[in-house]
Design a binder for this molecule. Structure first.
Ligand SMILES: [Ca+2]
Ligand SMILES: [Ca+2]
Ligand SMILES: [Ca+2]
Ligand SMILES: [Ca+2]
Length: 292
């Protein structure tokens, strides 16, 4: 299991120690805690931008508390992707415009020339899904500040460019556990309880955010029930999310349509709908009694 951090921003940066080229809200990727342990103190954040044309990931690490400055220690500023023995940059990388590049941010900001606010860096990486990415900065007090998702759970990263993203979503709506896309569907008695189940799956190749299920009939409100097994708020490729709504059967032919929507990492909205039907008998119990 891995923790999926928020989506990566797309774009470029200049590795020059000046952070004006970053949007500290949009580009925020993940928090960094003492020792990479999310139960300990938050000391830094990491911001990312991915350049789909050059296949370069730009990195900004910034401390969150000026009383816990970063240390200008080149060997202790680094990142790895999947393999901890294979650093993608360090504070010893040069800065010649060819990734990997590295530049300190805010050297001596508090009057001590050994202290920094963080660093900018870049490195080459192809689009794809990487299951374990760690960013690192040494901070004051014999501490390291490193990325984490949950305690001891690595952060995964999904780098997706237009040519490889193919989002898709599907919904199956059922009435009392049975799927009836065409009328009349299930025969119910007026007044019977009805439960609608909406089963949502990901048919594309990217996780989806902002998943929403609605029903076209007033008073039918689908509520999320289960399925986000890694609790990251994203409909991942292997997940099946269940929503339910309940009501009371009315007389006559009844049709309602469930619709799901979701948003891809590149902000494409995908939508799918599925109807379901039942026929409500007006007097089914009473008729049976008298005919007998
Ligand atoms: Ca910059
Ligand atoms: Ca370089
Ligand atoms: Ca159906
Ligand atoms: Ca999920």
């Amino acid at each position: 299991m891995s923790y999926s951090a928020p989506n990566v921003s797309y774009g470029t940066a200049t590795v020059d120690g000046n952070i004006n080229d970053w949007d500290l809200i949009q580009d925020l990727f993940a928090p960094m805690y003492i020792g990479g342990d999310s139960t300990k103190t938050l000391t830094s954040n990491v911001y990312l931008k991915y350049d789909c044309n050059q296949h370069v990931l730009y990195v900004l690490v910034l401390i969150t508390n000026p009383l816990i400055p970063g240390l200008k220690s080149p060997d202790d500023a680094w990142a790895y992707v999947n393999n901890k023995n294979d650093k993608v940059y360090t504070g010893n990388s040069d800065n010649n415009g060819i990734p990997p590049d590295f530049a300190w941010v805010g050297v001596g900001f508090d009057g001590n020339q050994d202290h920094v606010q963080g660093y900018e860096a870049s490195f080459s990486i192809n689009p794809g899904n990487y299951y374990n990415i760690v960013f690192h900065l040494e901070v004051l007090g014999n501490n390291t500040s490193a990325t984490t998702g949950f305690k001891n759970v690595p952060v995964s990263i999904n780098l997706i460019c237009t040519s490889t993203e193919n989002p898709g979503i599907k919904i199956v709506k059922a009435t009392n556990g049975s799927d009836n896309d065409t009328a009349p569907g299930l025969v119910l008695c007026k007044g019977d309880p009805v439960t609608w189940t909406y089963t949502v799956t990901n048919t594309g190749n990217v996780p989806l955010s902002q998943v929403t299920v609605v029903d076209d009939q007033p008073g039918v409100s689908p509520n999320y029930s289960s399925g986000d097994t890694n609790n990251n708020g994203l409909l991942d490729l292997t997940e099946t999310w269940i929503y339910t709504a309940s009501g009371t059967a009315i007389a006559g032919q009844y049709t309602n349509v469930g619709t799901v929507s979701g948003t891809s990492p590149l902000e494409t909205t995908v939508i799918w709908s599925n109807p379901d039907n039942y026929f409500g008998e007006e007097h089914c119990r009473g008729i049976k009694f008298y005919l007998d």
